[in-house]
Design a binder for this molecule. Structure first.
Ligand code: ZN
Length: 77
């Protein structure tokens, strides 16, 4: 079963993006490791075992927007 991660971003845009763990932008919560400066721009949360659980946690973080990643589409199972 696939697992999920959230990237919480408060610098570029005030939002959370949900990824599959094996998405190339997520890389099991490590990100691309390019153009990122530690936790200056945001941070990873995870892992989570269901999309529903991930979505609920995303909402609890209180960012303006919660969106599924457009590359890995974790909301489509
Ligand atoms: Zn993704």
């Amino acid at each position: 079963m696939n697992s999920f991660y959230i990237y919480e971003n408060w610098r570029a845009t005030d939002k959370c993006v949900i990824h599959f763990a094996d998405c190339r932008y997520c890389n099991f919560g490590k990100g691309t490791e390019r153009g990122t400066k530690g936790e200056e721009n945001g941070r990873w949360h995870g892992k989570f075992n269901s999309y529903k659980e991930t979505l609920e946690f995303s909402i609890s973080l209180g960012r303006k927007k919660v969106a599924p990643c457009k590359v890995c589409n974790p909301n489509i199972i």
